[in-house]
Write a protein that binds this ligand. Structure first.
Ligand SMILES: *Cc1c(COP(=O)(O)O)cnc(C)c1O
Length: 411
């Protein structure tokens, strides 16, 4: 079985590129995230070539995966970074980005974060508040800088077809500014002498299944900026969907680009994919601690949980479950659950899986985006190790946290 070019079975063993995953976790233990740099690079190149006609620049959404090893590999592919906090800017700089490579977005930037971003020479501020413009202008004055590029974020009041927690562009969402407010701010832009209102931004949600909402939002954005000829950069956000199931097919990227190309012709285009680059490059490997048969059900109780992979509990997200070793033996319907004291701590529900034993290992697939990035220490669980695979080589890029790590901040 082949999940993608990098994550697949070779004979009956799960491999990430040329590496047998069992060999990795024999050394690292579990739970462990494993990322294929090759797959992340392939995804970047696929997006770069599909969007080449738009001459679009990719800013990778750091919130989807902040692993430095991964960010460095993406930087080498020529991508910039979309950051939503000072911490993410710090990570991007550490990965070798310069301020120019970074877009700073976020609905609630603090004044300290704004000052930090201004002094780091951040390329673009995606702005979601009128007061934020004042803060950026003042931070620029303090730093003796001007011509700071800002892109107002439009809330197009359009409902994207996705999980309600992933929709950000409807009228009730906290994100962005409505068209009338943007119109007023643009009419009043001289009030912010150190800012250059050269761009416009939108991001209507994640895991967008069809392009209709995106195109409608782009059209309202174009109508809004038509009177303002100095707005020459359009940031269309992220949200490109990912296949989370073995048999899932996605809408062709080329169709989206075909529809966008005539609309965006003549503009500089930025976009900010996160999951489309890293989701299917990552897996989370866990070990079965106990097999419990109870009330007609089979529970595989594993050593990963909602603390390491929150998406199933948070969004009802679906992750395929792949045993590291397949067998021809008997199948069963199982619940893959973690040790955390929450009923929501179910990683996979009602899955047809082989009869597995205590000590067997399995992988949750498509876990490279919003996996480790959302991991917490809930139930005082040390966060897992991260491993990067590059062709036939692998290394631990972030060590597993220890019990000592859990108390180090206490005073
Ligand atoms: C989260 C986010 C992204 C990335 O979304 P993906 O679904 O991972 O592509 C891009 N832009 C903004 C503003 C975001 O909040």
């Amino acid at each position: 079985m082949v999940f993608n070019a990098s994550i697949r079975y070779v004979a009956d063993k799960l491999f990430v590129d040329a590496v047998d995953v069992s060999a990795i976790v024999r050394e690292t233990g579990t739970p462990t995230y494993v990322y294929s740099l090759g797959r992340a690079r392939d995804n970047i190149r696929r997006l770069q070539s599909a969007f080449a006609r738009l001459e679009a620049r990719i800013h990778f959404s750091v919130k989807s995966n902040g692993s430095l090893a991964l960010l460095r590999a993406l930087k080498d592919e020529g991508v910039g970074f979309d950051c939503v906090s000072a911490g993410e800017i710090r990570l991007a700089l550490e990965a070798g980005a310069t301020g120019d490579d970074i877009v700073f977005a976020g609905v609630g930037k603090t004044r300290d974060e704004i000052a930090y971003a201004v002094t780091q020479g951040i390329g673009w501020f995606n702005v979601e508040n009128a007061l934020e413009l004042r803060y950026i202008d003042e931070a620029a004055a303090d730093a003796g800088l001007d011509a700071i590029s800002v892109a107002l974020r439009l809330n197009p009041q359009i409902e994207a077809k996705t999980h309600p927690h992933l929709a950000t562009g409807h009228g009730a969402a906290k994100f962005g500014l409505t068209a009338d407010v943007i119109g007023e701010l643009l009419a009043n832009q001289a009030a912010y002498p150190r800012l250059d209102f050269a761009g416009i931004h939108m991001h209507i949600g994640s895991q967008l299944g069809d392009s209709a909402a995106t195109l409608a939002a782009v059209d309202s954005l174009l109508a809004l900026i038509r009177p303002w000829r100095h707005i020459t950069t359009i940031n269309i956000g992220g949200g490109l969907p990912v296949a989370y199931r073995w048999d899932e097919t996605l809408p062709a990227l080329e169709d989206l680009v075909d529809a966008l190309a005539p609309r965006l012709c003549g503009y500089g285009v930025l976009f900010e994919p996160g999951r489309a680059i890293v989701a299917d490059a990552g897996i989370l490997v866990a070990e079965i601690l106990y097999v419990k048969r109870q009330a007609g059900q089979v529970f595989y109780i594993v050593d990963a949980s909602m603390a390491e992979l929150l998406r199933p509990a948070l969004y009802d997200a679906y992750h395929e479950v792949a045993p590291l070793q397949t067998t021809d033996g008997e199948m069963t319907t199982a619940q893959v659950v973690g040790p955390v004291c929450e009923t929501a701590d179910v990683l996979a529900r009602d899955r047809r899986l082989p009869m597995l034993q205590e000590g067997d290992k399995l992988a949750l697939l498509t876990a490279g985006a919003y996996g480790m990035a959302m991991a917490s220490n809930y139930n005082a669980r040390p966060r897992p190790a991260e491993v990067v695979v590059d062709g036939g080589a692998w290394r631990v890029s972030r060590r597993r946290e220890t019990l000592e790590d859990l108390i180090q901040y206490e005073t």
